[in-house]
Design a protein around this ligand. Structure first.
Ligand code: ZN
Length: 331
């Protein structure tokens, strides 16, 4: 590490802007704000507000922030410090790194949020000590990060490790990124949701036996407004699977199979020591892991398969901000 003092790390995502102070290897304060994605300016202002809160927290502890690390949910040109675009934020060709360095008057380092999460997982999480690691975040979309020889691998223009966009099923379903049949289109939260809605349109009602309607599930778990199938999401499929619903179990099994095919491809290309997984979909781990492991075994080269461990995150929800702080610390 090239910095020894305190740094700030901020994970700027589509719904939350989460920040923390990292000092002496410990988290010395946190800040969490709702993302204002009404405009580019509003988004940048949220990050600035988060940083100012962290700066005050740091000052109260007698710490001075030396740098800011930032992870952004979007395509990031790391060398130029530019967010080229983002599927979930109103950002295009934004020179965010230099803009913030100018306004906040300190060094700023910026990367894609999944790369930041991979860095955190590698330095402090499940992948601690691994030289070669693949990290996947399984949420609304699928993010990826690669650690090769102990360093984040970014490729020629910063878009390496977009692991969610490898095509698993040519001509398959279309998703936000504009590709057909990529891993994100088949194994993300959005994919599970799409599958659930298709089955709902075909007459399926989640929740076997005594709770056979969405309304009953809603009453049971206080899931909010479920007036129409637009409210049907991945968590309802999980809930139904917990109650033994065969269709819900089938949806998760299918997701697991696609995920396993994707992971097998990464094993065959990168031969990592470890694949780490994080994100909200892990709450359905028990329903997709068997199909995932089966597909990995069926599709991976034996030598690669024998060298790898597949692990779930040990960092809870803080990986993005922590990784951003580590980026600043190591830069
Ligand atoms: Zn894609």
């Amino acid at each position: 590490m090239s910095r020894s003092g305190a740094v700030a790390g901020i994970d700027a995502g589509g719904t939350k802007v989460s920040g923390l102070i990292l000092a002496g290897g410990e988290v010395a304060g946190t800040c969490r704000l709702d993302t204002d994605d009404s405009s580019e300016g509003a988004f940048v202002a949220t990050i600035e507000r988060c940083f100012c809160e962290l700066k005050e927290l740091a000052a109260a502890r007698g710490l001075e922030l030396e740098a800011l690390g930032l992870g952004v949910a979007g395509y990031v040109d790391f060398a130029r410090g530019v967010v080229t675009e983002s599927p979930n934020l109103p950002l295009r060709d934004l020179h965010l790194r230099d803009l913030l360095a100018d306004r906040l008057a300190l060094p700023v380092f910026m990367d894609n949020d999944a790369n930041a999460a991979a860095l955190a997982e590698n330095r402090l999480g499940a992948g601690k000590g691994c030289r070669h690691q693949v990290h996947l975040t399984l949420g609304t979309g699928i993010g990826g990060g690669l650690i090769i020889d102990g360093r984040v691998y970014r490729g020629a223009s910063g878009t390496a490790a977009e692991l969610g966009h490898i095509v698993i099923l040519e001509g398959g379903p279309l998703t936000n990124c504009g590709h057909r049949g990529c891993l994100e289109a088949l194994a993300s939260g959005t994919a599970v949701e799409r599958e659930a809605r298709e089955r709902y349109a075909g007459g399926w009602r989640p929740g076997a036996g005594e709770t056979s309607t969405l309304e009953a599930l809603e009453a049971l778990e206080d899931l909010g407004n479920m007036e129409d199938m637009e409210a049907l999401g991945a968590r309802h499929v999980t809930l139904a699977a917990k109650r033994g619903d065969a269709v819900a179990l089938d949806i998760w099994e299918e997701m697991g199979r696609h995920l396993g095919v994707g992971i097998a491809c990464y094993l065959n290309i990168f031969n990592p020591e470890m694949v780490t997984l994080s994100g909200g979909l892990l709450s359905a781990w028990e329903f997709f892991q068997a199909a995932m492991f089966r597909a990995i075994e069926e599709n991976a080269i034996p030598l690669s398969l024998g060298a790898v461990r597949i692990m779930r995150t040990t960092l809870e929800g803080e990986a993005g901000a922590l990784g951003a702080a580590l980026l600043a610390m190591e830069s």
